[in-house]
Design a protein around this ligand. Structure first.
Ligand SMILES: *Cc1c(COP(=O)(O)O)cnc(C)c1O
Length: 383
């Protein structure tokens, strides 16, 4: 993880800003865009990512925890910062000090926060989370009215937004159920006199809803994965079907280099367990990357890497800090030496390994690949 590591994750800040601007343009001037930068900006680095997005015009940020919001303020990020997981009592002072906007779903916690804010002569904006079908965080629709009425009695807080979340917006086969969630959210709001009309910010759309369901945009959208240039459903490239020109570019690449090339005979067992045995005389490159770097053991005998723009298969077990690739069939294979660049995620020449492809090797989703690679390696920012 030091500056001298063989491995690096590159973050293309221009691609990030372009993705934000494309989303901004697609939703139009009436709709705000909350840039979701939780989880260390999906592995892209919280502060650098948020600062680049701010430069591109982002004025609302979404983080998971108070601590991340405080870190953004300390990095000089202005604008509104929504804390999606809400507060607990030891967060009250930081929420107030850093002017963060917590999501709330618990009256006792809200009353505690309000009391502390009133003591400090502050007013904290809060957004109410409604569980309209996600089945996770939030109050149920029938609890909205009593909650809002009770909140109205509290000084020290101001209910300035109401939000919900979709469980299946990425699934075209579940459109009808997604519409039901939207309708349940709308009707929960209409039960409460004035709340929707009262300039409250209403928001429900993640990247998938933003892309596929324009009528879910409401007052604000909350893109995460699409900012980072990946699709919420593994579909390549194009978010906002029917919105011409909204192509997204992946922001993250992951690179290493060859540290040794060796010629081995047919019948040679490679790496721990010898789960790979060469079937012919082979040229093998040793790479200084392994599961400690987020290049998980599951990639053993499955993944591919790019060298000189061509694909080479990972052969044998991925170790803690090393793995092997078979470069026998690469054009120019004989010239490959220690120091040759290897791309594990991203583009090289005309080749590309996408987060979706890496996710398929790991039997997971692109989100997890970004968090994994980004979280485990030195990041280098390109601007
Ligand atoms: C993470 C998150 C998002 C962003 O989701 P993407 O699918 O990455 O766009 C939006 N809203 C909430 C509440 C979230 O937790």
């Amino acid at each position: 993880m030091t500056a001298l590591s063989f491995n690096k994750v590159e973050i293309d800040l221009k691609a990030l800003r372009d993705n934000f601007l494309n989303i901004r343009q697609a939703v139009g001037p009436q709709v705000r865009v909350m840039a979701v930068v939780k989880a260390d900006a999906y592995g892209h680095g919280l502060e650098r990512t948020a600062r680049a997005l701010y430069q591109a015009g982002a004025r609302v940020f979404g983080v998971a925890e108070t601590e991340e919001g405080a870190a953004l303020r300390q990095a000089g990020v202005e604008g509104e910062i929504i804390v999606l997981l809400g507060p607990c009592p030891d967060h009250y002072d930081d929420l107030i000090k850093y002017k963060l906007t917590p999501v709330v779903f618990d009256l006792e916690v809200l009353a505690g926060l309000a009391g502390r804010a009133a003591q400090l002569d502050a007013v904290v904006d809060v957004h109410l989370k409604v569980d309209a079908g996600m089945g996770r965080l939030g109050i149920l629709p029938e609890q909205v009215r009593p909650f809002v009425e009770a909140a109205a009695q509290l000084s020290g807080i101001r209910l300035s937004g109401v939000l919900s979340h979709f469980p299946e917006a990425d699934n075209p086969a579940a459109r009808a159920r997604t519409r039901e969630v939207l309708e349940r959210f709308r009707s929960a709001l209409s039960m409460v006199g004035g709340i929707a009309a009262d300039r409250k910010v209403l928001h429900i759309a993640n990247s998938a809803a933003l892309a596929y369901l324009p009528d879910t945009h409401l007052d604000m959208v909350r893109p995460g994965i699409s900012l980072y240039g990946c699709s919420p459903d593994g579909a390549a490239g194009q978010v906002c079907a029917g919105e011409p020109g909204l192509a997204l570019r992946p922001v993250m690449s992951f690179k290493t280099r060859v540290i040794q090339v060796k010629e081995v005979a047919a019948g040679t067992g490679l790496s721990y367990g010898h789960i790979f045995v060469t079937g012919r005389p082979s040229r093998i490159a040793v790479l200084p990357v392994g599961y400690d770097d987020g290049y998980l053991r599951k990639f053993s005998n499955r993944a591919q890497v790019l060298i000189r723009g061509q694909r080479a298969p990972v052969c044998g077990r991925v170790c803690m800090n090393a793995c092997l690739v078979d470069i026998t069939d690469l054009p120019g294979s004989a010239e490959i030496r220690a120091g040759e660049e290897v791309v594990l995620l991203g583009r090289q020449g005309s080749g590309e390994i996408t987060a979706d492809e890496a996710a398929s090797w790991l039997e997971t989703i692109n989100y997890e690949v970004l968090c994994l690679f980004g979280g485990r390696n030195r990041r280098v920012y390109l601007d």
